[in-house]
Design a protein around this ligand. Structure first.
Ligand code: PPE
Length: 306
C-alpha cells in the first residue's frame, strides 16, 4: 500500500518536515527488530477528526515497551497530545496513525539497554487495507505453513517490530499462492490470528474468538467487537478453535485497525460465502461507531481538535 505524504512527522518532541524524518543506518532497531509500534485510525466526524480509542492504543504501546524493558521518555498523556497535534498540523480529516518507539543510534550489539529510545508519530490518509471489495464481499484465506510465534519465543503480547517477520512470511506465502490473507496456527495447532488481524467465527448464533493464550494480540478492534456484539445480545465466547472450526463456520470475519472488519469468504478453499447477518450487523455498528454516530460508544472517540 503506497504511503501518501503529509506535511510533518513528530520526532522526539519536534514536528519535522516529512522528507527530513530520517534516521541513521546504524539505528539499533534496523539491525535487531527492537522497536515497538501501534496502528491507530482517525475518522471524520461531525466534530472533526476523531481518533478511535487513542489512549487504549498508546497504553498498549507503553505496555509493549515495558515487555522489552524499553524506557519510553514520554508519558501516556504526552503521547496522546503529540498524536492529536500531528493530526492538527497535517490538517487531515481521516488518517492512519503510526507511532513507533525504537532504539536509535549510539550502540551496536545485542544488549539494547544502553541505546537511546527514539519516538516518532506519522499520520497519512490510508484507504481500506484489504480493499473495498474485501469489506463488502470478504477475503479468501489460507492456513499458513508458518506457525504463530510461541509466547515463550517472543512476547507476542507486544507489538514488537521484530515479531512481524513472522506475519510477513505468512502474508507473502498466502499472496504467492493466490490468497488474500493468511491464518496462523500456534504451536499447539490452534487458530491464533491472521497476519495483522484477530479472528471471529459465528457458530449457531454465537461469536467465538481465540483466547489471548492462543498467542493472538489483544486487539483493540477485537475488544470493541466483543462489546458491540454483547450489547447487540449476541453471545461472545473466547475458545480455542481448530482449523476445521473455520471450515465449518456459519460466518467468519477478521478485525484490526488497518483492516477494520473484513468477512472471510473461504478458508483453504472451503466456502463460507457472502457475509452473513451477524457479520453485517457488526460491520454496520462498528463503522457507525467510529464515525461518532452511536451515542453509546462516544467515549471511544478522542477528538483531535478539542
Ligand atoms: N493481530 C496482529 C498481529 C496485529 O498486528 C493487529 C493490528 C491485530 C491483531 C489487531 O489489533 P487492533 O488493531 O488493535 O485491533 N495490526 C496493525 C498493523 C497492520 C500493519 O499492516 O502494519 C493495524 O491493524 O494497524
Amino acid at each position: 500500500m503506497p504511503i501518501e505524504k503529509t506535511a510533518k512527522i513528530w520526532m522526539d518532541g519536534k514536528l519535522v518536515d516529512w522528507d527530513d524524518a530520517r534516521i541513521h543506518v546504524l539505528t539499533h532497531t534496523l539491525h535487531y527488530g527492537s522497536g515497538v509500534f501501534e496502528g491507530i485510525r482517525a475518522y471524520p466526524t461531525a466534530n472533526g477528526p476523531a481518533v478511535f480509542r487513542l489512549t487504549d492504543h498508546l497504553r498498549r504501546l507503553l505496555q509493549s515497551a515495558h515487555l522489552f524493558l524499553m524506557d519510553v521518555p514520554y508519558s501516556l498523556e504526552e503521547l496522546v497530545e503529540a498524536t492529536k497535534e500531528t493530526i492538527r498540523v497535517n490538517e487531515v480529516e481521516s488518517c492512519y496513525i503510526r507511532p513507533i518507539a525504537f532504539l536509535g543510534y549510539g550502540e551496536m550489539g545485542l544488549n539494547p539497554l544502553p541505546c537511546p529510545v527514539n519516538v516518532s508519530i506519522a499520520v497519512w490518509p490510508w484507504g481500506t487495507y484489504l480493499g473495498d471489495e474485501a469489506v463488502k464481499h470478504g477475503v479468501r484465506l489460507q492456513v499458513s505453513s508458518w506457525r504463530r510465534m510461541d509466547p515463550n519465543v517472543n512476547p507476542v503480547a507486544a507489538k514488537g517490530t521484530g515479531i512481524y517477520i513472522n506475519s510477513s512470511l505468512a502474508k507473502v506465502e498466502a499472496l504467492k499462492s493466490g490468497y488474500d490473507e493468511a491464518i496462523l496456527l500456534n504451536s499447539q495447532g490452534f487458530v491464533a490470528e491472521c497476519t495483522g488481524e484477530n479472528i471471529f467465527v459465528v457458530k449457531d448464533g454465537s461469536l467465538v474468538t481465540p483466547p489471548l493464550s492462543s498467542g493472538a494480540l489483544e486487539g483493540v478492534t477485537r475488544d470493541s467487537v466483543m462489546t458491540i456484539a454483547s450489547d447487540l445480545g449476541i453471545e461472545v465466547r473466547e475458545e480455542n478453535l481448530l482449523r476445521t472450526d473455520l471450515y465449518c463456520a456459519d460466518e467468519a470475519f477478521l478485525t484490526g485497525t488497518a483492516a477494520e472488519i473484513v468477512p472471510m469468504r473461504s478458508v483453504d478453499e472451503r466456502e463460507i460465502g457472502e457475509p452473513g447477518e451477524i457479520t453485517r450487523k457488526i460491520q454496520e455498528t462498528y463503522f457507525a461507531t467510529v464515525h461518532g454516530d452511536v451515542p453509546q460508544y462516544k467515549e471511544w472517540l478522542e477528538y483531535a481538535r478539542e
